[in-house]
Ligand binder design. Sequence first.
Ligand code: GLN
Length: 200
Amino acid sequence: AVTAGVVAVQGDVSEHARAIERAGESHGLDTTVTEIRTAGTVPDCDVLLLPGGESTTISRLVHREGIADELRAHAAAGKPMLATCAGLILVSADSGDERVETLDLLDVTVERNAFGRQRESFEAPLSVAGLDETFPAVFIRAPAVESVGSDVEVLAAWDGRPVAVRQGPLVGTAFHPELTADSRIHDLAFFDDDTVRSTV
Ligand code: GLN
């Protein structure tokens, strides 16, 4: 069985939990999803998800609650992590906003709310490396990736800007992969050959 943690200090959680469970099922794996609000739970997790929300708030809370160092340790152990939207902002090297104390787990810089006012929310059929068919990507006041380090693989781009990236055990998306019934992004982040992905 797989233990998946969803950081639940703020933002959407239950949709991610369902998507992880569906992705696990497709590999015949039972997944227990636990919500992370305080320190002490992350070390028990095989995979982690950092959801969207408000990155300034999530940043403040993960540092205040002592979760930030546990997230760093999880990544350092080579365990899979999926960071979406505000989560992507949090794991980046630089968000361009001093109110977000980034974890610097992913060698990218991001721009918050990068897709403009008229298009605060939109859905786009995204070509994603590793997926046979386009993914219905829902963007909500989404960040864009501005620059990527040499170890970062760009999995998808929209409007000429990276919106899904991978570096080792960590996958980041600017969009919300949990808002459709399609769990292929959770699948590619967490599972491989019917086991949990491993990069060690
Ligand atoms: N706009 C939010 C931020 O910058 C992210 C939005 C989201 O997670 N849907 O923190």
